[in-house]
Design a protein around this ligand. Sequence first.
Ligand code: ARG
Length: 583
Amino acid sequence: MTADPSEIGVPMDLEKLLTDRLAPAFSTVAGVPVDPVVRRSQRADFQSDAALALARRIGRPPRAIATEVLERAQVADLCSATEVSGPGFINLTVAERALGGLVSALATDPRLGVPVSAHPETVVVDYSAPNVAKEMHVGHLPSTVIGDAAARLLEWLGHRVVRANHLGDWGTPFGMLIEHLADVGEAEAAQELSMGDLDSFYKAARTKFDADEAFRERSRLRVVALQGGDERTLRLWRLLVERSERYFLAVYDLLDVTLTGRDFHGESSYNDLLGPVVAELDRLGLLRESDGASCVFPPNSVGRDGEPLPLIVRKSDGGYGYPATDLAAIRHRTGELGATRLLYVVGSPQRRHFEMVYAVAELAGWLVPPARAEHVGFGSILGADGRMLRSRAGESVKLVALLDEAVARATQLARSRNPELGEAEAAEVGRAVGIGAIKYADLSTDRHRDHVLDWERMLSLDGNTAPYLQYAYSRIRSIFRRAGVTARPDAGISLAEPAERALAFELVGFGAVVSEVERSLEFHHLAGYLHRLATAFSAFYERCPVLRADEPVRDSRLVLCDLTARVLRQGLHLLGIRTPERM
Ligand code: ARG
């Protein structure tokens, strides 16, 4: 795939530009390569403290080092002032012309300063992965939302993204589910399942299983029939899978998640590979018998007692399980699909499982550099009481119930805040804001931690929330709409006001944030950036008149407004959040 050069984008990262200028000077002074560690600063625009650490290493006073670095560094075109301050900090003030030039370049860049990756790769994003005939509950939300943001962002950066919805569609519970399906009758069951009533179907099967010895025995035989490829059993199984997939797709649609029917790569799709995978582990001499099961003991895994932990690849009853399936999936993804980056967006409780699976795959040669696997873990969503979120009946909360409530609340708010919105538009806005709020609550918090689901906070127009960002976007769009003007991307940029400068610095920082998230998949950095951008815009808009300003300042400010809207829209789009034109 060759990209149109205008679509490749230019890096606008000031931190990087300044780093590239200071690094050679530092290295000359030190006689070894030095990272100047340039950061945004309160004192000037940017600051480097590298002279302090270097002083000890080379035995010279830090101020003398900093002074010599500034004499040697070629920064005249970028900086209007430089100084050595305190014990040896280097302070850099960016020249208005340089900053304005970056803003102008941004204004004509369709990629908003985010270049396409110079090293595109095939990335598999394993996410969502609900289980057939089981309701999606709140616990599936982070995987679905974070995984989708990862897929969107990596795709936008030019990577080939394979979305893998590792559906739980195989295993012993299917004995009981299929048997229950046969009892109820196909037509009846299909009806029940298409109502999205996965929960009551599952529970009915479970209740019978727990109470009825004969049913248990039938279920056991049904598992054997399923594994043996019995035609009727497979047909009933397919019915369960198909109805469940249909239901999950409806949830994805409501959630604005990009997963489609083609992205289901259920556990069952690896069935034929499980035998060969275990045979190969055996051939490599990695298998050990333990209590009748075939296990691999990866060197990175020891229990609390210091004993090595086994990864069970074949159970004592001869069946394969979850670990073997994940090994087959890795081999398929690196081998068949040619992927070099494997992402697993799965809750933190499965961390140990993935560490062991990766270690075994490495031993077996299915995961060798440059290919690598990363567990993108996340914490739980808690209720207001700080405990796992539960419904009133004490059960886990259905995801659709949560989404419906979010949309209902947001629609109500949209109507009361803006009576000008018609019924249909209020419903559209309610959906965008309600779903956006739920997704943003997940994406704006450090994913490693648990977070509390707080309706008031999440739907508030103030603070680090989706509605705040969506509102900022719609407000900018209304400036243009009401005045009937458009921004001229070729307008000269003037940044005389501090609020204009502050906004410009945020705008040119988009690329750096996106490339950081490409690596870390910590979307709260992108969310935090968008929030800072919207806040900087607010301050700018309060202090700097736009439409009432004289030319050429008016045109310059219109470009700042337009760019802010475009970056907000693109950033929210990467998070999977819509941006209504009016709210
Ligand atoms: N279905 C599994 C669960 O609900 C998650 C699967 C995650 N992906 C994987 N490749 N193991 O726990």
